[in-house]
Write a protein that binds this ligand. Structure first.
Ligand code: PMP
Length: 361
């Protein structure tokens, strides 16, 4: 079997070692006479997986004791709605930093729940950068400030995070969670769909500070309340058990590679190969994101004309590259270089790009 050079934006590449381990345990998990998918989520074996996954998250990300780690369903899109449902009370304003398509989806849901405000935006630059932190204006009575730490479509990433004092900072980290060390105590809530850096789709991780959980209005349905899931230890209803198990394996893989700081260095080495190729191409390739906002997870770039981009995609596919077509909103090309994308794939892409330029430049 030849593995593709997988640059998909999500669902995305998983570590081969993790897939192989899952394969070994696929039919029977730890002598139970059945797979993990077939056992009760109330069984001792599954409870171990659930608890260990949360504990591994704490350990790897340095999550303080006054935070809960929740493993939920519904994707990050459900969090766009449940965040305002839980925290945007009638006397308050949900503040959002507008960085692109995902931030827009988040504020759209909040508008259905309560009052919102744009605290800063880079729309004037077609969202090719993260607004300067000094431009962020918090409204009075801010319930929270919401940021999208990595915009998957535009390929921009916050290099550092705003200081919000007593106002909780809420972060959609769907496309960069566990890709670099962060100080979790800066945040009130962090959330991420699993299908980029954590595992397969189906599970959403929410890291939430205890005092915020206690504030949820009593009027919202139980399933949408954070305190419901905190009290039940993420076993309020049937969890996406196989996805959680896969996240468990991915967390162990990160740990075995030395943790998040090492992963971050690896991601830097990987993306440098591709960004350098863009920067040294004399304008044959040009990046979409402003250099200071470049993402280590999604590299967005273009060629001089659309025909050439089509040719690039076609030829790259013939050579085993997958997922390089940019999102329809920004066009061009995108290479997603999440944690599990190996350096070898990035090296192969950089070489392909240089060769393509030689033949078409
Ligand atoms: N936020 C970001 C930054 C994303 O990249 C995505 C998915 N691409 C989402 C939210 C939506 O995630 P989901 O499909 O899990 O709802």
């Amino acid at each position: 079997m030849k593995r593709a050079f997988n640059f998909n934006a999500g669902p995305a590449a998983l570590p081969l070692e993790v897939l192989e381990q899952a394969q070994q345990q696929f039919v029977e998990y730890q002598g139970a006479g059945m797979s993990i998918m077939e056992m009760s989520h109330r069984s001792e074996l599954y409870e171990q997986v659930n608890n260990e996954t949360q504990a591994l998250f704490r350990e790897i990300y340095g999550i303080p004791d006054n935070y809960h780690v929740l493993l939920l369903q519904g994707g990050a899109s459900t969090q766009f709605a449940t965040i305002p449902m839980n925290f945007l009370t009638p006397d308050k304003v949900g503040a959002y930093v507008m960085t692109g398509a995902w931030a827009e989806k988040a504020i759209k849901e909040a508008k259905l729940v309560g009052e919102t405000a744009v605290a800063a935006t880079s729309e004037a630059h077609k969202f090719n950068r993260i607004p300067a932190l000094s431009d962020i204006q918090l409204p009075d009575q801010a319930a929270y400030l919401h940021i999208t730490t990595n915009e998957t479509i535009g390929g921009t990433q916050f290099a550092e995070f705003p200081q919000t004092g007593n106002v909780p900072l809420i972060a959609d980290m769907s496309s960069d969670i566990l890709s670099r060390p962060v100080d979790v105590s800066q945040f009130g809530l962090i959330y991420a769909g699993a299908q980029k850096n954590l595992g397969p789709s189906g599970v959403t991780v929410v890291i939430v500070r205890d005092d915020l959980v206690k504030e949820s209005p009593k009027t919202i349905p139980a399933i949408f309340r954070y305190d419901t899931h905190v009290k039940a230890g993420s076993l309020y209803n049937t969890p996406p058990s196989f996805s959680v198990y896969m996240v468990n394996l991915v967390l162990k893989w990160i740990k075995a590679r030395g943790g998040v700081a090492q992963i971050n260095q690896y991601n830097r080495d990987k993306t440098k190969l591709i960004y350098d190729t863009i920067d040294q191409s004399g304008g044959f390739y040009y990046g979409f994101a402003a250099p200071e906002s470049r993402s280590l997870m999604n590299i967005t770039f273009r060629l001089q004309d659309a025909e050439l981009e089509k040719k690039f995609i076609k030829q790259s596919e013939a050579e085993g590259f997958v997922g390089l077509k940019g999102h329809r909103d920004v066009g061009g090309l995108r290479a997603s270089t999440y944690n599990a994308v190996p350096l070898e794939s990035c090296k192969a892409l950089a070489e392909f790009m240089a060769e393509f330029q030689k033949n078409n430049g």
